[in-house]
Design a protein around this ligand. Structure first.
Ligand SMILES: Cc1ncc(COP(=O)(O)O)c(C=O)c1O
Length: 500
């Protein structure tokens, strides 16, 4: 009787997930957690393996296996026929409990470092947008890749080069680099060969690698004002906040003269020269020449983020900056816009003497891109499907672009909001009358199933001109019209808020 009274109950053990299998491991983990949390204390007697097996409705052998494992780890001690207890030695020194594992973070008494705060804010900013208008690059409807993508994927993953293998080349699969070199030479006037290409998991990683490789501690960098949060956040998180020189953008793109006035000795300039993000204009030829002349004269690098340069709806796409001076430009391209963002494949094209350094930084980050999709994409490009896909989606996005312009002009009062003229890319900027809070509009719009991003936050100090970005995704004309109506309503509410 006495023995029975001392046997502990452990309710948390009842949460084993039968569908997940490996019940022995699950039970062992649940017991560890119960001990760490103090649900069961050193010296306390556990139920017998028979009783525990019965109450959990699992085989007795499974319980024995879990007990033996925890005895070996020092969490439990066996007393033979007298049963199994939580090890008494855990009273004196329990290193695991010192780490407070399993407790909610808010009960811990630590002061978060600035870095923890900064990264947590970045995570909040980059929460994936829902698949509603006006999220960018949502590959649904006519914008989705056709069946060939799926069929190629099945074939190459099962039997081809994308089948399981050992570690690959940090630079990326040669087949893909060759296909990319061919593609960018023709479509973006980039001058390179496959040996200069590093396959990345998108431009975001390309930007990260460029910062890691090019900037020493204390080096200054020019960044457009306004700019993509993905570059300003990298520089802040890498400790370059005070060396980030925001250079204003006007109708010709980055104002090079102003950059030189502010910081002639910068080590790098990050630009979106084909389609300024977010404002949308291409950099004029005069500015391109001035930027490259400054870079050459001061031994600086230009990092060209060409995130959607392929998609021009009137005339030909603007050629890359890299083609004008391959020695001082790091060119970053991506398949996020022309195929789909979840693919997570892009490329950095660098002068030959930077290749090894980019590979080294890449290895430290994640060794190399996932193998299978690289080969699927290589075949997709080499067999001509990408060219056909781009020709098709250029038409699709041109229609969506026009539909958004028509819907905005029809449904949103022009004195409250108006579109920045644009003939390319995957988004439009909708400017607001002064005083309208674009962050509030973005928040309220999202409650109404409309996804837009505030422009004011993309300026230095997060305090620029108010407006929102409307992304192009594969939405139908009806969805676009209905979302525009809801956005118009939110904008009207925002004006009432400002006059209150
Ligand atoms: C200006 C700009 N640069 C880079 C990126 C990152 O693209 P990726 O999906 O290739 O990482 C984006 C994504 O929207 C972007 O807008």
């Amino acid at each position: 009787m006495a023995r029975k009274a001392n046997v502990v109950e452990i309710p948390s053990l009842g949460t084993l997930d039968r569908t997940a299998g490996q019940l022995g491991r699950q039970l062992a983990q649940a017991l560890r957690t119960a001990i760490r949390r103090g649900d069961i204390k050193p010296g306390e007697l556990l139920p017998s393996t028979r009783i525990l097996a019965k109450s959990l409705m699992i085989a007795r052998g499974t319980v024995i296996e879990a007990f033996e494992q925890l005895i070996a780890e020092g969490f439990l001690e066996s007393e033979g026929r007298a049963g199994t207890r939580v090890a008494r030695s855990l009273v004196d020194e329990d290193p695991t409990r010192k780490r407070d594992e399993g407790r909610p973070a808010e009960t811990r008494s630590w002061t978060p470092s600035a870095r923890i705060d900064r990264f947590a804010q970045v995570a909040q900013h980059f929460v994936a947008a829902p698949q509603v208008p006006f999220s960018v690059s949502v590959p649904i409807g006519k914008a989705a890749p056709d069946d060939i993508w799926r069929r190629l994927g099945n074939r190459i993953r099962a039997r081809g080069l994308g089948a399981p293998s050992g570690y690959g080349d940090p630079q990326g699969a040669l087949e893909l680099r060759e296909a990319v070199a061919d593609y960018v030479r023709k479509s973006r006037s980039v001058r390179c060969d496959a040996s200069q290409i590093i396959i990345t998991s998108g431009t975001q990683q390309g930007l990260y690698l460029a910062c890691q490789v090019l900037l020493d501690v204390g080096d200054f960098a020019w960044v457009e004002d306004p700019a993509y949060r993905g570059i300003t956040a990298i520089l802040e998180s890498a400790g370059h906040s005070n060396q980030m020189i925001r250079v204003p953008v006007d109708s010709e793109g980055l104002n090079v003269e102003s950059g030189i006035e502010r910081c002639p000795q910068a080590r790098a300039a990050f630009v979106t020269s084909s389609h300024q993000y977010p404002l949308g204009m291409p950099m004029s030829m005069a500015r391109r020449n001035a930027l490259l002349a400054w870079a050459r004269a001061s031994n600086a690098w230009v990092v060209e983020d060409d995130y959607d340069g392929e998609l021009r709806y009137a005339g030909h796409p603007f050629p890359s900056l890299q083609g004008l001076d391959p020695d001082c430009v790091i060119y970053l391209g991506t398949f996020s816009k022309i195929l789909f963002p979840s693919l997570r494949l892009g490329y950095a094209i660098v002068p030959p003497y930077l290749v090894q350094a980019f590979c080294g930084a890449r290895v430290l980050m994640d060794r190399h891109p996932a193998n299978a999709d690289q080969h699927v994409l290589a075949a997709f490009i080499a067999e001509g499907h990408l060219d056909r896909h781009i020709r098709r989606i250029r038409g699709v996005y041109a229609d969506i672009h026009r539909q958004i312009i028509e819907a905005v002009n029809k449904l949103i009062p022009h004195n409250l909001a108006w579109l920045e003229p644009s003939d390319q890319g995957m988004h439009l900027v909708l400017w607001f009358q002064d005083g309208i809070d674009d962050k509030w509009v973005a928040m309220k719009a999202s409650e109404a199933q409309v996804s837009v991003r505030a422009v004011s936050t993309m300026y230095a100090g997060a305090n620029g001109r108010p407006g929102v970005i409307l992304g192009l995704g594969g939405f139908s004309p009806e969805e676009i019209e209905s979302a525009t109506r809801r956005l118009a309503h939110v904008i009207t509410l925002a004006t009432q808020k400002t006059t209150e």
